[in-house]
Write a new protein. Structure first.
Length: 169
């Protein structure tokens, strides 16, 4: 069941969209911000609230790679694997991340702190290689910078997705 706050935010966004189908991704992003991911139950609840079929929303979620349909870590790392990043050292960055986190692409650390995901382009080719951690873009990344980046993230006070006490992080 959607929380009152989720419903309030979704309804506030509705005014900016021509129809219920157009707001589908935004509604999923709102719910994901509170819960960390979109479960089948959440998807059905969103679809019901918008008057859509769950299949339509699932199709959109499958296409949009920033809607997470399974649990993810508290911190999402998107590593760019575009040609520019590949040429400028993607493989070394990926190997360092895999070594320090002890996970591969598409996996989450045992402590549920990090999930490592590929991204086809992060739009900062002139600063390759790049990665995003929790929506913050990091440019000109080197293997030597990885430990500091990870430590900075884990040192932050807020380690959760949720801002709603009904859905703790």
């Amino acid at each position: 069941m959607l929380s009152d706050e989720e419903i309030k935010e979704i309804n506030a966004e509705r005014a900016h969209y021509p129809d219920s189908q157009a707001i589908g991704i935004e509604a999923m992003k709102i719910v994901q911000r509170y819960r960390g991911w979109i479960s089948d139950e959440s998807l059905r609840d969103i679809a019901e609230h918008l008057g859509l079929s769950a299949d339509i929303l699932d199709g959109a979620a499958t296409f949009y790679n920033l809607i997470f349909r399974r649990p993810v870590g508290k911190h999402i790392i998107l590593i760019c694997d575009s040609v520019s990043c590949w040429i400028m050292g993607y493989e070394q960055i990926l190997e360092q991340l895999k070594s320090e986190l002890k996970i591969g692409l598409g996996e989450t650390t045992a402590d549920n702190l990090f999930t490592l995901l590929p991204s086809c382009c992060l739009g900062a080719c002139e600063h390759a290689p790049v990665l995003i951690i929790d929506e913050e873009l990091h440019r000109n990344v080197t293997p030597e910078k990885i430990s500091t980046l990870l430590k900075t993230v884990t040192d932050k006070k807020d380690h959760g997705h949720s801002t709603d006490p009904k859905y703790p992080a």
